[in-house]
Design a binder for this molecule. Sequence first.
Ligand code: AMP
Length: 210
Amino acid sequence: MGMPGVGKGTQATRLAERLAVVHLSTGDILREAVKAETDLGLKAKDTMAAGELVSDELIGDMIAERLSRPDIESGFILDGFPRTVIQVGILDGVLERLGIGLDRVVLLGASEQEIVRRLSGRRVCESCGAVYHVDNRPSAKGEACEECDGALVQRPDDTEEVIRERLRVYREQTLPIADAYRQRGLLVEVEGSGAPDEVFERLQAELVAA
Ligand code: AMP
């Protein structure tokens, strides 16, 4: 967990690769649903564009379905979920039914100033979702994705007004769950400022130490 733009997606992708487990990002699943215009996508589209949270009920059903698939058996990294106190309870219920527990909860931290700079420069591949940044991580292919040649675009929720709203939602609804996980002894806090390689080194070191 961590503020929008702190690097959850980037670090979760790397960690999942390193550990050879699946990376489950509720934001990515929702964006795919919006693109494919499924029922879920149609319900979530406007909420996401406004920087608000999609209902706990929709997210709960989505995550229960995703965690029922066999590819999670060797482990998984959750990215962007849970995000509310209610979702913590939903996750507890799903994991209890599966007979598994969380190993760690990572809280990535950075200043709001850094977050606004990162999010406003973020570009994503329209086709495969790969993430770039105009200054920190430009594509070697300019406006096209290095992986798949897809077009690089700005997410509709990466505009300054929506970024501010997402940060408010994060402070009010998501940050309180860090305390819940701290009390359970699961929270590992990692400084998220700096280059992705640097943060990944720090993340791995903290996980080994925890
Ligand atoms: P993200 O890519 O994690 O920043 O998510 C993008 C948007 O998807 C969020 O601003 C929410 O509108 C929605 N979203 C993603 N994950 C959740 C979640 N766990 N609960 C509610 N809404 C979510």
